[in-house]
Design a protein around this ligand. Structure first.
Ligand code: SDX
Length: 427
């Protein structure tokens, strides 16, 4: 049997042979299907890209039915257990795990670029005291393109590498500055004696003590959360990164666009929305009423459901296990009981079972962040720090492809036919 699809156009009786590769057909192979020779030819129509592959990628593999997630072939459970976020970032970008010397050099490069230009503080001061940290984050990342104009040379591998290092190194400082601005505290410079994640906690929570020492359990828990959030193939924000990057835009403005997509409550903004949902439910006694509201379409169960996972999100399992370690230090988050009751009811109710709705990465993560003293408005920023590694890796995979083309979808036009411009008196 040939690896082809035979298509019969019943409008004309003509048959077409279309090659099949990787269990897909090229949409452009449909253009030959036309009724009249002057027709444009057939297109595929797939709003929200539910069944359309936009690229070929070797970075992340997901099997939504089996709940499998692998970065460069390594199961997420093993990386969360044994790796660090910086090692995982190296893996995603370079394709393989680093040797010790490669990892030491990588960590050194990142530590060297953690500082922000002093001017960044000046324009951060322009934000209102209560500006949402995600708005500050994505604006500041985009503004970095004005500090590094050479980043526009996206075809220079050395320049691309330098910008990637700068972005991964600086996003914790940007995030911490955004938080410190919102609480009216002075900015804290990076401490290169601490780990990447330990220094982030330092820049967030240092008070007047000479040297901030992060709690090692909390430091490790946050590092694991960064690993879990690092990449997730062609999600909404990564698709934005690739779309913008396909125009040869520099990685700073591309990442600002990706962060803007992540900010949406249906995407990375869900972790903050989950916390507000649980707080709104208030007590376990209110859970069943809330669930009825979800089934009536009046509410959305934030942190549940996924376009790809039609089983339990493997990241949610790891996060749930991490929560116990954090709560042993911080004290149990009372909202956990509401979350557990919500999950229990949902996993037994046909409305959720029939729609294959399970907890996703955002359902439990906010409970940990809150227990670690993060404000809910910082939750998506934390997601963005981890996902910067994935956005960068996906952008590098796109930009290093000499055959790349600018993303420019087609449309099905359903508007007016040609009509003549009427003078005002005739309107
Ligand atoms: C992330 O893509 C990624 O990989 C994303 C991500 C990543 O790492 O990058 O995994 C991170 O964004 C996780 C998702 C975080 N968002 C939320 O938790 C928000 C709540 N979830 C949903 O809004 C929804 O599940 C989506 C957006 C995640 C997925 O939406 P889809 O695939 O478009 O599914 P759908 O909206 O078509 O829903 C199918 C059905 C509908 O019911 P019917 O119209 O058939 O009656 O399921 C229902 C939906 O109403 N449904 C929900 C629901 N999610 C779907 N009903 C109640 N609560 C929900 N959460």
């Amino acid at each position: 049997m040939a690896d082809t699809l035979t298509i019969t156009d019943n409008r004309t009786g003509r048959q077409y042979e279309v090659p099949i590769n990787n269990d897909t057909i090229r949409a452009s192979d449909l253009r030959q299907i036309r009724v009249a020779p002057e027709d444009f030819g057939m297109m595929s129509y797939d709003p929200a890209f539910l069944n359309t592959a936009s690229c070929r990628s070797a970075i992340t593999f997901i099997d939504g039915d089996k709940g499998i997630l692998r970065y460069r072939g390594y199961p997420i459970e093993q990386l969360a257990e044994q790796s660090t976020f910086l090692e995982t970032a190296y893996l995603l970008i370079h394709g393989g795990l680093p040797t010790q010397s490669q990892l030491t050099s990588w960590e050194g490069d990142l530590s060297q670029h953690a500082m922000l230009h002093e001017n960044v503080k000046k324009f951060m001061e322009g934000f209102r005291y209560d500006a949402h940290p995600m708005g500050i984050f994505l604006s500041t990342v985009g503004a970095l393109s004005t500090f590094y104009p050479l980043a526009k040379d996206v075809d220079d591998p050395a320049s691309r590498r330098l910008q990637m290092i700068r972005l991964i190194a600086k996003v914790p400082s940007i995030a911490a500055y955004a938080y410190r601005h919102s609480v009216g505290k002075p900015y804290v410079y990076p401490n290169k004696e601490l780990s990447y994640t330990g220094n982030f906690l330092n820049q967030l929570f240092k008070q007047t003590e000479p040297i901030y020492q992060p709690d090692p359990i909390l430091e490790r828990a946050l590092d694991v959360l960064f690993i879990l959030h690092a990449d997730h193939e062609q999600n909404c924000s990564t698709s934005a990164m690739r779309n913008i990057g396909s125009a040869n835009a520099d990685p700073y403005v591309s990442l600002a666009g990706a962060a803007a997509a992540l900010y949406g409550p249906l995407h990375g903004g869900a972790n903050e929305a989950v916390l507000r949902m649980l707080t709104g439910i208030g007590t376990i006694d209110n859970v069943s009423t809330f669930v009825e509201g979800v089934k009536d379409g009046k509410e959305r169960l934030m942190g549940f459901g996924h376009r790809v996972y039609k089983s339990y999100d493997p990241r949610a399992k790891v996060i749930k296990a991490t929560a116990d370690k954090v709560f042993a230090i911080t004290g149990r988050n009372p909202l956990l009981d509401i979350a557990l009751e919500l999950e229990r009811i949902a996993l037994e109710d046909d409305y959720f079972i029939s729609r294959k709705l399970y907890p996703n990465v955002d359902f439990y993560s906010g409970l940990i962040y809150q227990a670690m003293q993060f404000e809910p408005s910082m939750f998506t920023v934390l997601f963005a720090i981890g996902r910067t590694a994935g956005w960068i890796a996906q952008w590098e995979e796109l930009t290093s492809d000499k055959g790349r083309k600018i993303a420019r979808p087609r449309q099905v036009y359903i508007g007016e036919g040609q009509r003549e411009y009427p003078p005002m008196v005739e309107r």
